[in-house]
Each structure stands twice: as structure tokens, then as C-alpha cells.
Design a protein around this ligand. Structure first.
Ligand code: MSP
Length: 644
């Protein structure tokens, strides 16, 4: 019987627009689901929107809309965004759904009938941003809410309370016995240290005289339910509790993904509510940190809120998904900057994995009539590479199951580097020149293609659309793979390899504005003498036409021995073998950053030897007197395209 995996995101408040933080939570959850499918598990993925409460009511009023009209409009923003980010939830719940409201009322009635809910007069400090009463100890020195930096309001009113204090000892025991219930461990410790102080009963109602926008208490319709009591229950009501079979099938396998801001509600209120209502406790609370922008918390007032759709326009949806998953160590905060985004994109996607795929396919096409080459006899290197792939794959499964996706992606990047190294060491472009090495050439290229296919399967949960394109490039079928299928022999000898398009074309970065622009030099009136001298420097079009400019793709790059200035490249010009080209850019580039870059090459220069290295052309670069910058050809240009 296959394992079952039920996973949820928090349901998002609809009083603000979806931003990169919401996108991260939902993408990471989607990635967990897709990996579990790859592991052969049966999955159910729930997300949705949290639509009641004072905050929403106030936002609706400010927008001059009835609350229902307002939430209908805003929920669409979330629901419509997810497909653009390749998120495929099984269910999208809204807390204004009728089935949810009646199930919440049934749970409230159940707990009330057990005598666990009572009415009392209460005075407390209420933060509207958090939608909850705060304890005095939670406030900052200035008396503000630590999350919203505003003083809470003093509120005195009759309200219903849930006897949460009665569950304190039980909850401590639960957290102590289940070391993996809350992850990473420091969030479990945070909960345990919070539980050192006496747990207060939880106020679970709001008088209608103050707030009407909520679910009526079934036992007193002068009150609506507290928004968190309503919202947390979505995880159960979505499964159609009490009568739907999905509840029986999935609830006991429930994993919650949340941000650290809502640890207390999920780690304290929620298990107590579940216990009181007679539901088993969730299996896992997987808590992640926050995205900060250039080191600062995202906020509307700072104007630094990152819109996920704008980011996806820069590096593609799958590039964005990869960055978010790879850059954030799950559980810790991470910084979102364009520089970091481009460094990961170029370093790991264009140069490492993209380049591996591209050069494996291009060389196979060139040397084996556009087909996957024969596999040949695997040698020691091939056997070791596959062994490493097998070990890493089971380790990757473990990282994903432990909710540490960044570690899984780190291993995948390492595996891709290892295959690139294997190619660099075996130099198929040299083997191609030696007739008696054709079988070895086939084995090397087959292994590189096969390893690429393996990586495609491992990366598919993170980058579903790009990896679909990669499957087509490798002639793999479209049927979904499971982890067990990952064995040597994924690609089939003789399969046609279509002309590969770079999956992750390099992106021309916007030049940063100079810090202080210097004064623009005044145009000097030209003397006749000067004009003539300049005319003498001009060349006719026929001189220009003698030069043959072509686009090339750097396959390899290394320092020239004994020189600080020179790098030597292997450049694909769409010919039968790559050219060796020496370039004086060593002071301005690290050799490992250049493979995968598309460049402009003067291809009909007489070959020369520079410091013992053959140079069969020249790579164009700009020279401002201080530094050289390689002129990049468009990311999607095929090697050998004419430049004129
Ligand atoms: N409605 C409640 C949750 C109820 S769940 C029963 C809520 N909604 S929210 O719209 O404020 O979304 C909170 C979630 O969005 C966080 O827990 C986190 O998952 C995500 N993020 C919001 N800002 C974030 C960052 N800056 N970085 C990462 N994720 C963050 O709270």
C-alpha cells in the first residue's frame, strides 16, 4: 500500500495582495507534494484564503465594499496567481464556504457541550494586526505588538472562552514525546519555553455589536467566532468532516507548512483545539523563516514588497521556484536581492545544469547523427558516477522527507557539477578527433545524457515546466516517473535528439547606475585637421566584410598557465569540434562563471599560439580603459549564427 501524504499551507488573509512570502509558502508546499508523488505516495494538497475577522471587515469598509464583495474580489487574486507559479493544489478552501461554516459550528457546539467553553467578563490588550489578545510579556519595551509595532487596544467585554489552560500539561507532554512534531527543533523549543508560563484560556468570540463579519456561535448568536478558531479548523473542514471519506483517508497524515509568524497559533492553540474536539493531532508542523529584502522586513511602508509575478518575468517561473527553494535554508530567514537571484540562476542553472544538458546533447548530435549514442562498456568512472547518483538519490529523498529542501537541491547541484567534471576529464571533443576512440566517445556521451536525464527527474518537482522541456530534448517519454525507476539506462540508444534550445539562457543584467555621474565633457569644436585625420581612420564596408563574426557558446574555461591575464576557452561555433580561443579577460572573470555564456567571436582570424595555447579566433569584449567586459550574444542564439 502506498503511503499517504496530506499537506496544507496557511490560508492567506485577503486584506493584502499576494507577495513573495505567500508565494514561497505555497511553492514550497507544491514542491513537497510533487516530490512525494515522485516517491510513489498518494497526496492531497490544500490551500485557500482566510476571509473573516476585523482586519478584513475594516479593509472592506475602506474599499467601500460589502465584506462579501470585497473577499470575493481578493480571494481571486490568490487563486488566480497560483497556476502562474506552477502550483497545483487539490483544493482551494475559503472560510466563507458554506460547508466550512457549518462544520466550524458543529465543532464549537461539540466543545461547548463538553463544558470546555464558558462566558465571562474580560479586559485585555488586543492587536488587530494579529487578530488576538496579547499577553503583557509579549509586548516590546515601548508597549507595542512586536510584529506590528503598534500599541494594542484595551478591550473590555463579555466573551466566550475556551478552557485552553486545561491542556497545558498534556501539550508539554506531547511536545516532549514527539521530538519531530515541530520542525526545525528550535521552534519546538520556542513552544516549550512559552509553555513554562501558565497557559491562559483563549477568548474565542467577538460580540456582534463590535464585529459582525464572522461565523455565528451556534449557542449564542449575539457573537461571532474568533477568526483564528474559524481559520485553523479549515484543515479539517476542507476534508469534508464529518461525513466525507477524505477525512478518514487523509487527516491522520496531516503536515502543516507555516511561516514562523504563526507558530503560536499552530503550535499552542491548534493542538489544544484538536484535543478538545476529539481529533488526532497533526503529524508535523514544518516552520519556515521569512524572506527579507536587502536585509529589511518586507513592508508596504518601506515600499519593498516583492511581487512574485514581476520576479518571474525576469528569470521565469521555474527559475524563481528554484531560487526560492535553494536560497532559503528551511527554518531560517533568507535575503531576497536581485544579485542573489541572478547568481543562483547563472551559476547553477545556466552554467552548471543547463550547460551540462546542452553540451551533452550538442556533442551527441554532432558525433552520432543526432541520436543518443550506443552505451558501450561502462568503465570505473561510469560505475562510480552511477553509484554516487544512487546514494545521493536516497539521501535527497531523506532531506525532502525531513523538510529540508535546500539540502536536497544542494546535492542535486553537486551531482550536476560532478557530471560536468566527468565530461571535462574525459574530453569528448578530443575523443571525437581520434577514430579509434568512437566507442569510448559513445560511452562518455551516453553517460552524460543518462545522468542528465536522472537529474531532470530529480529537478522536476521544483521546475516542472523546464524539466518537461528537458525531457523532450532528451527524448524521454512524458509519463510520470517514480524514484524507483531512477537506474542506469534512462535514455535509449538511437533515440532522436532534437536541436537543443538553452533551457536557462543567460540574462543580460541591467547596468547599475554609476554612483556619482561625472560632468559630461563639453563637445570640442572640431578643427579641419582633426576631421581629416579621423577620415583617414575610417574603413570601407569591404574591409568590414572580410571579417566573419559568429556567435559561440563557451563550453569550458580555464586559466592559461603562467599568465594572470589570459583565459583559454573551448568555444562551440556550431562546427564539428569546439575551437580553442585565448582571451585576455582573466583579471575580470572567474573561469568557472563563464561556461554557458553566449559570445561574439571573430572566427576567421589566422590561428596563433599564445603562451603555448592555440587561439583560433577572438572573443569580443568592451574596453573602457579600466576593465574588459565580454560582449554577450543573445541567450537563445545558436552557436555559429552570423553576426553582422
Ligand atoms: N490567515 C493567517 C493564517 C491562518 S492559517 C489557519 C495568516 N495569513 S497571512 O496572509 O498573514 O499569511 C501568513 C503566511 O504567509 C505566513 O505564515 C508565511 O507562511 C507567509 N509569509 C508572509 N510573509 C512572509 C515572508 N516575508 N516570508 C516568508 N513567508 C511569509 O497569517
Amino acid at each position: 500500500m502506498s503511503e499517504t501524504f496530506y499537506i496544507t499551507t496557511p490560508i492567506y488573509y485577503v486584506n493584502s495582495h499576494p507577495h513573495i512570502g505567500h508565494a514561497y509558502t505555497t511553492i514550497v508546499t507544491d514542491v513537497f507534494v510533487r516530490y512525494r508523488k515522485l516517491f510513489g505516495e498518494e497526496t492531497y494538497f490544500l490551500t485557500g484564503t482566510d476571509e473573516h475577522g476585523q482586519k478584513i471587515a475594516e479593509s472592506a469598509q475602506a474599499a467601500n465594499l460589502k465584506p462579501q464583495e470585497f473577499v470575493d474580489r481578493m480571494t481571486a487574486e490568490f487563486r488566480d496567481m497560483w497556476p502562474h507559479l506552477h502550483i497545483q493544489q487539490d483544493q482551494f478552501i475559503r472560510t466563507t464556504d458554506a460547508f466550512h461554516k457549518s462544520a466550524v459550528q458543529a465543532v464549537l457546539q461539540k466543545i461547548y457541550d463538553q463544558g470546555e467553553i464558558y462566558l465571562k467578563d474580560y479586559e485585555g490588550l488586543y492587536c488587530v494586526g494579529c487578530e488576538r489578545f496579547l499577553d503583557q510579556e509579549e509586548l516590546t519595551e515601548e508597549g507595542n505588538c512586536p510584529d506590528h509595532q503598534k500599541p494594542p487596544q484595551v478591550r473590555q467585554e463579555k466573551n466566550y472562552f475556551f478552557r485552553m489552560s486545561a491542556y497545558q500539561e498534556w501539550l508539554i507532554g506531547l511536545l516532549e514525546e514527539n521530538k519531530d512534531l515541530v520542525q526545525p527543533a528550535r521552534y519546538r523549543n520556542e513552544l516549550l519555553s512559552f509553555l513554562k508560563a501558565p497557559l491562559q484560556d483563549l477568548c474565542i468570540s467577538r460580540p456582534k455589536s463590535r464585529l459582525e463579519w464572522g461565523i455565528d456561535l451556534p449557542f449564542d448568536n449575539d457573537f461571532v467566532t474568533y477568526v483564528w478558531f474559524d481559520a485553523l479548523l479549515n484543515y479539517v473542514t476542507a476534508l469534508g468532516w464529518p461525513e466525507d471519506s477524505r477525512y478518514e483517508q487523509f487527516w491522520k497524515h496531516c503536515h502543516h507548512v507555516i511561516g514562523k509568524d504563526i507558530l503560536k497559533t499552530h503550535g499552542i492553540y491548534w493542538p489544544c483545539m484538536l484535543k478538545a474536539a476529539g481529533f488526532p493531532v497533526f503529524k508535523k508542523l514544518a516552520v519556515h523563516g521569512h524572506w527579507v529584502v536587502q536585509g529589511s522586513k518586507m513592508s508596504k511602508s518601506l515600499g519593498n514588497v516583492v511581487n512574485p509575478l514581476e520576479m518571474k518575468d525576469l528569470i521565469g517561473v521555474d527559475g524563481l521556484r528554484y531560487f526560492l527553494l535553494r536560497e532559503m535554508s528551511y527554518g531560517e530567514d533568507a535575503n531576497f536581492t536581485e544579485d542573489l537571484v541572478f547568481a543562483r540562476y547563472h551559476g547553477e542553472l545556466s552554467n552548471n545544469f543547463g550547460n551540462l544538458l546542452n553540451r551533452s546533447i550538442s556533442m551527441s548530435r554532432k558525433n552520432f547523427e543526432n541520436e543518443v549514442p550506443p552505451r558501450g562498456e561502462p568503465g570505473k568512472q561510469e560505475i562510480e558516477l552511477y553509484q554516487m547518483f544512487e546514494q545521493e538519490t536516497s539521501q535527497i529523498k531523506a532531506w525532502v522527507q525531513q523538510f529540508e529542501p535546500h539540502r536536497a537541491l544542494e546535492r542535486i547541484a553537486m551531482m550536476s557539477s560532478a557530471v560536468n567534471k566527468y565530461l571535462d576529464e574525459n574530453k569528448p571533443w578530443k575523443l571525437a578527433k581520434e577514430e579509434d576512440q568512437n566507442e569510448r566517445l559513445g560511452t562518455v556521451l551516453y553517460t552524460a545524457l543518462d545522468a542528465s536525464a536522472w537529474l531532470v527527474c530529480l529537478l522536476e518537482p521544483v521546475m516542472p515546466e523546464k524539466m518537461k522541456a528537458a525531457r523532450i530534448q532528451l527524448g524521454l517519454g512524458e509519463s510520470p516517473m517514480t524514484l524507483e525507476m531512477l537506474k542506469p539506462g534512462l535514455v535509449q540508444t538511437g533515440t532522436q535528439l532534437p536541436l537543443p534550445e538553452p533551457l536557462f539562457p543567460r540574462i543580460q543584467l541591467k547596468q547599475k547606475e554609476p554612483e556619482k555621474p561625472g560632468p559630461t565633457p563639453k563637445a570640442q569644436p572640431q578643427t579641419e585637421e582633426k576631421q581629416e585625420a579621423e577620415l583617414e581612420n575610417l574603413v570601407g564596408i569591404e574591409s568590414f566584410q572580410k571579417l566573419d563574426f559568429r556567435t559561440g557558446r563557451i563550453l569550458e574555461s580555464k586559466k592559461v598557465k603562467g599568465s594572470d591575464k589570459l583565459l583559454v576557452f573551448q568555444v562551440d561555433l556550431g562546427e564539428s569540434k569546439p575551437r580553442s580561443i585565448v582571451s585576455g579577460v582573466a583579471e575580470f572573470y572567474r573561469p568557472e562563471d563563464l561556461p554557458g555564456m553566449n559570445v561574439v567571436v571573430v572566427s576567421n582570424l589566422k590561428p596563433v599560439k599564445l603562451r603555448g595555447e592555440l587561439s583560433e579566433g577572438m572573443i569580443l569584449a568592451t574596453d573602457d580603459g579600466n576593465s574588459l567586459k565580454i560582449v554577450e550574444a543573445p541567450g537563445d542564439s545558436k552557436p555559429g549564427t552570423v553576426v553582422r
